[in-house]
Design a protein around this ligand. Structure first.
Ligand code: EPZ
Length: 421
């Protein structure tokens, strides 16, 4: 099992390329199931989660070819021969549940394993099920699998989501593209990944309006066609790397970044005294001297502060001047990084969904344990500004969402290496 060793090494400077978005690619890939014609994704990220989705789609009979060093995914589902998404694949990655809607729409039936437990929360699928049942699906849970079928085909409906769930919005939107009539999805998620999915579906001749707002309208069509679609920039990788110069000092240009993807996050960086500006190639982030100021954060659905940047923001607040309060409103158990940061000398109190961080002068290196994807990268960020050496264990979590971390951060001047342990 790999570990990553980091030695604090002062300021970071230079340019860092931001990849295509994991959370967009993981919903774009299942869209291939909606059509017999090929769907090609460009600017795809090279991550273990993408390989897991490839494995899942292949198990359903889709063909997925990885081209151009993994940046292009050429997919075709003209010959689907299986409608069961197996537990052995689904338990590795929850986003596997995004094949449910497309399979129902295309094949009229789907059997999808429930993903099971997750480190950051219970994460049920009730909103997915309610939405698809509103479109006419019959869904039953048997031995850990959702058995779904839709005799007579999906029919458009008005659906009010209890919570703007990203996954439920994506599953329902994909299913509704091939339903008879019009579907209106109220209180829909507004994340950029939703807009990217809708843009791709429109290029496949779907009829969708309102993506990016809370009300999405989908006019069903008989069939979808092939297309080629560039995956949107990864706003979470972007935010993560914007924090590297914020934590260590220096100036870094994040290539491919834009403020529109991380607006509320930039407001917090500005309040903390971090300079952010758009450039011709992306976003420049700089901190020269002086300590970061403590700021409070509440995680919310987009366009609010993203929960996927909460752990990384906590790493910044560990050495801020003053006390900050971070409220996690999306997931019920997303402070697993706090005790690991405390092993590095951070001063944090956690009560339920609220963490209070009392800034300290400097963190100290220590062996720490990654518990989930975003927690793992927050430990790497903290380690780059800490005194001495930190060993981050279980970095397989990291590889799910960050490609070539050592190379990208090493190019900015970080002392970082991967070791087999
Ligand atoms: C997506 O997960 C992302 N994953 C998550 O990123 C991200 O944290 C999350 O959206 C919120 O932004 C992917 O896109 C693959 P939700 P998703 O449905 O779709 C509850 C990362 O680090 N809920 O919006 O699963 C749920 O329990 C990952 O890259 C229900 O109660 O998120 C949670 O508390 C982690 N019932 C909240 O809603 C449902 O049917 C938000 O979940 C669905 C969700």
């Amino acid at each position: 099992m790999d570990s990553i060793i980091v030695r604090g090494n002062g300021e970071l400077n230079g340019q860092i390329p931001i990849a295509g978005a994991k959370n967009a690619c993981l919903t774009l890939m299942p869209a291939t199931l909606l059509s017999e014609e090929p769907l090609t994704l460009t600017n795809a990220p090279r991550l273990s989660d993408i390989r897991t989705m490839t494995e899942l789609l292949s198990s359903l009979g889709a063909e997925v070819s990885t081209l151009q060093d993994g940046k292009v995914l050429a997919m075709s589902s003209h010959n689907l021969d299986n409608h069961v998404a197996d537990y052995d694949i689904v338990r590795k990655m929850r986003a596997s549940n995004l094949v449910l809607g497309p399979m129902l729409a295309r094949l009229g039936q789907a059997v999808v394993s429930l993903p099971g437990g997750c480190a950051i929360g219970t994460r049920p699928m009730d909103l997915h099920e309610k939405g698809l049942m509103a479109l006419g699906a019959e869904i039953e849970l048997k031995e850990g699998y959702l058995h779904a079928k839709v005799p007579g085909g999906l029919k458009g409906a008005v659906i009010d989501l209890d919570f703007p769930s990203v996954g439920a919005t994506e599953n329902i939107m994909m299913a509704a593209t091939l339903a008879k009539g019009t579907t209106v999805l109220n209180n829909a998620a507004r994340e950029p990944e939703i807009v990217d999915l809708a843009t791709c579906l429109r290029s496949m001749d779907a009829q969708i309006d309102g993506d990016g707002t809370s009300r999405i309208e989908i006019q069903g069509v008989d069939r979808l066609h092939g297309a080629t679609h560039p995956v949107v920039t990864d706003r979470i990788e972007l935010g993560t790397y914007m924090l590297a110069p914020a934590i260590c000092g220096g100036e870094v240009e994040c290539l491919g970044g834009s403020i529109s993807l991380v607006g509320s996050f930039c407001e917090k960086l500005d309040a903390a005294g971090i300079h952010v500006e758009e450039t011709a190639n992306g976003l420049k982030v700089a901190r020269r001297g002086g300590r970061v100021k403590a700021v409070d954060v509440v995680t919310e659905p987009f366009p609010g502060f993203p929960t996927d940047l909460q752990a990384q923001m906590m790493a910044l607040m560990c050495t801020a001047e003053g006390t900050s309060v971070l409220e996690e409103k999306i997931f019920e158990n997303r402070f697993m990084h706090a005790p690991e940061l405390m092993r590095m000398g951070a001063n944090i109190e956690v009560h339920g969904g609220t963490a209070t961080v009392h800034g300290v002068e400097r963190l100290k290196g220590a062996p720490v344990m990654a518990t989930d994807l975003r927690a793992s990268v927050s430990l790497i960020l903290a380690a780059m500004a800490a005194e001495g050496e930190t060993i981050v264990n279980r970095v397989y979590h990291l590889d799910r969402g960050y490609e070539r971390v050592e190379e990208k951060l090493g190019n900015l001047g970080a002392h970082i290496e991967r070791v087999q342990s």
